[in-house]
Design a protein around this ligand. Structure first.
Ligand code: G6P
Length: 611
């Protein structure tokens, strides 16, 4: 949801802004722009209603600005269609103030009418443009003070960075319910929506709290609350490497991230398994007494994380014996909360910034529930708000569609289930240790599945023309069917539905014909015989079947299914981590065959920080 970068330092700002926007593009790619304060007192603004690569060409053609203070933005449109006028940065009437914003200004209509009434002129349809005009009204020589004054008038969510030709040594940032972090370099400062954009420049990051305003010059930062009180910034060191955020020889980030999954799983297991072969989660933030007193778990998440939470629910019920519900965060946040201090809310979110997930957590908290965050981003809003955090430790994920973080979310769900089961005394030590051994095999199992890529590429070639597809599974793998269908929809624009196999006959079977491939997850499980019957039903309607089976355990009569994908055998409880991988590769190759923009699918954004 809109990428933001600001720079104040000794180097020319434009190359840093453009390079960062390329890293941030996964947040939104409807339009992009930069503004740089020039040494002679003026400023250069370049905007484009295409992707960042086009902006780079335009800036280079027009001549790189020389200034060393600047801001840049890549947009995911909410108010106002993608166009040059609506692209950020936006200006005030004087053209001195430049501002970039991510979020939604809910009361912008009233503010806009009021400002027009006072003689301000607007040049875009965006909600954002009211902010530089409000700042213009408040400006008395101190930009940060003017920003604080303006923000007091605003309702809604914002992460913004502002600069003014009248105080050209600084950028001022502020956030409320949208992500913004400050990078602390040597003699230079950065403000960004994402840590990923900062890692080539610095690993020291100051986290901003809700409603805080930061003033950054080349040599220092000051953080204040909206009422002007100075506060000590919380500085963390990020252990991501710059190379992790590059394609590393792969044609797409998505493919690279699929191939990183064995290492992502190894990383997430590191330091979490004791010598006795048991899971230890010291940072989980909930005492053993509180865990013993729990009556239920409520899992909330959005998108792929929601499906990972559906898998986690089954693990928690089976391994920890706790009643567990799972809800899309966007639904849960407006539901009648029945949770209380005996409820544990586990929020899954790769970014830790998804607006609905944050709102769901706050909703549950009001009734006294405890919260554990499962997130990939150190210092994300979710990590700051939760009682405890379990980091996915998957490394940066750039491609919009989640892959390695989906697997690590499911893995974290299993780790939590084992921890809860252990503390509650409902899980036998031998069973716990057996599960840990199974988990430790997962990286190698995924590596073997990655070896099937050529076969999956060929299968994708055969079905690339499909207009719709169905994914079926049961039990642990039902959410994996949902995720497989979501991957296909997201990146190859083929309509797909995930269905609990037993439900197919209650409606969707009417859609089947020889043109509708059905992907069936038919790996080892306690419900496999039932699933085989469901596949028979599909074949009786002449729909072609692509079946995931366990190596050496083909459950189908010869010739029943059109394609088989043999995956290595493992315990049903860890099978979702392995079975999702061929579905990711299938969707990837479908997208490539169909000529789609794999890493930046149309209309999507990686992190959805608006409701
Ligand atoms: C967006 C992304 C999805 C992601 C979802 C939740 O829709 O495109 O890939 O699963 O947000 O994101 P989160 O950061 O909360 O896991």
């Amino acid at each position: 949801m809109c990428g933001i970068i600001g720079y104040a330092g000794p180097r020319p700002a434009a190359p840093i802004l453009l390079e960062s926007l390329q890293r941030l593009e996964y947040r939104g790619y409807d339009s992009a722009g930069i503004a740089v304060l020039e040494p002679n007192g003026g400023s250069t603004v370049v905007k484009n209603d295409h992707k960042v690569a086009e902006l780079v060409r335009q800036v280079e053609a027009e001549g790189l600005p020389e200034g060393t203070v600047g801001i840049g933005h890549t947009r995911w449109a909410t108010h106002g269609r993608p166009s040059v006028e609506n692209a950020h940065p936006h200006q005030d009437c004087s053209g001195n103030i430049h501002l970039i914003h991510n979020g939604i200004i809910e009361n912008y209509r009233e503010l806009r009418a009021e400002l027009i009434g006072r003689g301000h002129t607007f040049s875009s349809d965006t909600d954002t443009e009211v902010v530089p005009h409000l700042i213009e009204d408040q400006f008395r020589g101190d930009l940060a003070a003017a920003v604080r004054g303006a923000l007091k008038r605003i309702r809604g969510a914002y992460a913004l960075v502002v600069m003014s030709a009248e105080q050209p040594d600084r950028i001022v940032g502020a956030r409320l319910n949208a992500p913004l972090v400050v990078g602390l370099g040597h003699g230079e400062s950065f403000i960004s929506s994402d840590i990923t954009a900062l890692i080539p420049y610095t690993k020291r990051v100051a986290l901003l709290g809700e409603g805080e305003v930061v003033t950054a010059t080349a040599s220092r930062i000051d953080v204040q609350t909206l009422d002007g009180t100075f506060i000590e910034p919380r500085v963390v060191t990020v252990d991501w490497e710059a190379e992790q955020a590059q394609k590393g020889g792969y044609p797409h980030y998505l493919l690279k991230e699929i191939h990183e999954q064995p290492d992502a799983v190894r990383n997430a297991l590191r330091d979490r398994i004791t010598d006795a072969g048991m899971v230890a989660l010291p940072d989980v933030g909930i005492s053993d007494t509180d865990i013993a007193n729990l009556r239920e778990c409520v899992l909330v998440a959005c998108g792929s994380a929601w499906y990972a939470a559906m898998v986690a629910r089954q693990h928690i019920e089976r391994l920890a014996g706790l009643r567990c519900s799972v809800e899309a965060a966007s639904e849960f946040r407006y539901s009648d909360v029945l949770s209380d201090e005996h409820s544990l809310v586990i929020a899954f979110s790769q970014s830790g910034e998804t607006a609905d997930t944050l709102a769901a957590v706050r909703h549950a908290r009001r009734n006294g529930a405890r919260v554990i965050a499962v997130t990939n981003v150190v210092g994300s809003a979710l990590s700051l708000e939760a009682d405890g955090v379990l980091y996915m430790q998957a490394g940066p994920e750039i491609s919009v569609a989640a892959t390695k973080t989906f697997v690590n979310q499911m893995l974290c769900g299993i780790l939590l289930a084992l921890h809860l089961g252990d503390v509650r005394g409902v899980l036998a030590v031998e069973e716990h240790q057996r599960m840990v051994e199974e988990l430790q095999r997962v990286p190698e199992l995924i590596e073997r599945v990655l070896g099937l890529e050529d076969d999956l590429g060929r299968i994708a070639q055969r079905y690339a023309h499909a207009r719709t597809a169905m994914y079926i599974a049961r039990g642990m793998n039902f959410p994996v069917a949902l995720e497989g269908a979501l991957k296909l929809k997201e990146i190859s624009y083929v309509h797909a539905e995930g269905y609990a196999a037993g439900e197919l006959k209650h409606g969707p079977i009417a859609l089947l014909d020889p043109e509708v491939p059905v992907v069936a997850i038919a790996t080892r499980s306690r419900t496999l015989p039932k699933l085989v019957t469901n596949v028979q039903e599909v074949r009786s309607r002449d729909a072609p079947v692509i079946a995931l089976i366990t190596e050496g355990e083909d459950p189908f009569d010869s010739g029943l299914v059109q394609e088989t994908i043999p995956v290595p055998g493992c315990d049903e409880l860890v099978s979702p981590l392995v079975d999702v991988v061929p579905l990711q590769l299938f969707a990837y190759h479908m997208a490539v065959q169909r000529g789609c923009d794999v890493d930046q699918p149309r209309n999507l954004a990686k992190s959805v920080t608006v409701e």
